[in-house]
Design a protein around this ligand. Sequence first.
Ligand code: MLT
Ligand code: MN
Length: 299
Amino acid sequence: MRIIVLGAAAGGGFPQWNSVCPVGERAWRADPAARWRTQCSLAISADGENWALLNASPDLRQQILATPALHPKARPRHSPIRAVVLTNGDVDHVAGLLSLRESQPFALFATGAILDVLARNPIFDVLNPSYVTRHRLALEQPAEILPGLRVIPFAVPGKVALYLEGESLDVGAETEDTIGLELRGAGGRVCFVPGCAKVTAGLAERLNGADLLFFDGTLWTDDEMIRTGTGLKTGARMGHISVSGPEGSLAALRQVSLGRRVFLHVNNTNPILLEDSPERAAVRAAGWEVAYDGMEIEL
Ligand code: MLT
Ligand code: MN
């Protein structure tokens, strides 16, 4: 299996167009220790020829240009991208579908809840059904997304997309609205969880023994956006567990056995983005890596 991180940042990217928080400020200054990152997406392949995207970020065109494995290889039209799998309906995970609208065949996989969201938004009808087939993922049911690559979708504590939030919001619900993906191929087992409100005992058990985990690294502390004046919400309210603290992901996943553990979907306020920060040193000491655009892993 080959995995390429197309984008490692959370919604907005790093730096974010309208944000000059202390961490983002260093990125705007082009500080080499504050490497720019696009919005969260992975490419994965079992054979190096056929690729699946895990989420389609608004930066997808730029990500394809930066990734030779995803360039077209034959005249007049071709793309190695044969499948796209979505983990929720968030803008940073679905807007890139609009960049794949050039009558190119691929298979789109999502839960029934997310397929409904797409069906209710007519702009996604630019994906011509003669070319783009939509496949419903059922929780816990394996699906073959590419030759030699199976995905098992599982619910993780989360919520509906921001633009679908109503009066009564259930943050932490384990439904089809936010899922994680377990990918199985010849090289092993990879888990992809870019958004997660809480590490439950069931989730820890599911992740245990994976060769590689990509996990929600949105915020270092729960009140980080409020403290930096960049937002009004806590991480808990946004459906994102923090990295630090007694309830955080570092603590919650410490006992889980993993080949490699990598934070991604990192928000532009999170100091783990800075290579010389004490927070980066702390995650490194706990055995974690921080994903960056172009990071490639072979299993
Ligand atoms: C999230 O990860 O919480 C979302 O991407 C937020 C958003 O849609 O801006
Ligand atoms: Mn997001």
